[in-house]
Design a protein around this ligand. Structure first.
Ligand SMILES: Nc1ncnc2c1ncn2[C@@H]1O[C@H](COP(=O)(O)OP(=O)(O)OP(=O)(O)O)[C@@H](O)[C@H]1O
Ligand SMILES: [Mg+2]
Length: 261
């Protein structure tokens, strides 16, 4: 916290003058002068906030790319009305309470916005860590890590991870999936996989639960189908100990891809 009061690296001379509070107090002769100073200070802080927001957007996009979010989901803007409020409330708690385990299972028909909602969560995860030092514009804080994986890629990595010769990349991928602060597994069950491979993908989620790291799963399965097919995974991701996590959510609505024509 103490770094935040550092005023030794100003952006430029004008802002250094405006933001030097000691100087401000010394030159504050009349209430009118004080009000004028306040107005300039307010305008300058707002200008800086705009710069930070613009930089934050660009940085978020870069980070989402690095977290393997597919390019089509990096377009803006999102219509936040379409993101379930439970997810929004959960994302609000990220700076304080991400380490509770649990997570969310987003179930629903094709094109209702399940995957888009997970990308919203990942961007909120990234921004939750972006504390910008007011005086230098530098980020102060260590970034969280997220990872977006298609379930089929997770299954493919699980299928090859035990091969001595080709398994190294898969094992590295699985290790990353196990330790990311937030893991998204998109389209669970989207392809036919054998039982052994499926249980290895589930083991990744179980490991995360053990470490109190949240996982978000999207799936097209209906009703209690996911719970019946993957009871241990369902139980852990919707674990009620993680009180702020939304658990299982059924998202319904029209196919937004079709609606765009
Ligand atoms: N909150 C949103 N704001 C703006 N556009 C959205 C939003 N949610 C979804 N969309 C649009 O709807 C399309 C479908 O969304 P998405 O791919 O997230 O659906 P899905 O439920 O994951 O579908 P599927 O079951 O096929 O995987 C996206 O291409 C996106 O453009
Ligand atoms: Mg999807």
């Amino acid at each position: 916290m103490s770094e935040r009061t550092n005023t030794t690296t100003p952006v430029d001379d004008t802002t250094a003058e405006i933001l030097d509070l000691e100087e401000y107090r010394r030159t504050w002769a009349t209430p009118e002068e004080g009000a004028a100073h306040d107005a300039r200070l307010g305008a300058e802080i707002e200008r800086r906030a705009c710069v930070c927001r613009a930089e934050a957007r660009a940085a978020t996009r870069e980070m989402l790319r690095a977290w393997r979010v597919p390019a089509t989901y990096l377009r803006e803007p999102l219509d936040l009305e379409l993101v379930p409020t439970e997810l929004g409330s959960w994302a609000d708690t990220f700076p304080e309470s991400l380490r509770q385990g649990g997570g969310a299972i987003l179930e629903g028909p094709v094109g209702v916005g399940k995957t888009t909602a997970t990308v919203y969560l990942l961007s909120r995860l990234w921004l939750s860590g972006q504390v910008i030092e007011a005086d230098t514009g530098r980020p102060l804080w260590k970034a969280p890590t997220g990872l977006f994986v298609a379930w089929d890629d997770l299954a493919a990595a699980s299928a090859t991870s035990h091969y001595f010769d080709v398994g190294e990349v898969s094992r590295a991928f699985l290790a990353r999936a196990k330790r990311a602060d937030l893991l998204v597994v998109d389209d669970w069950g989207s392809s036919d996989r054998g039982e052994a491979v499926i249980s290895r993908t589930e083991a990744v989620v179980w490991h995360r639960w053990g470490q109190e790291l949240p996982t978000v799963i999207t799936t097209n399965t209906r009703g209690d189908q996911f719970a019946r097919m993957y009871p241990r995974t369902h139980s852990r991701v919707t674990d009620c100990r993680a009180r702020s996590a939304p658990g299982a959510l059924w998202i319904n609505g029209p196919d937004l891809r079709g609606a765009k024509g």
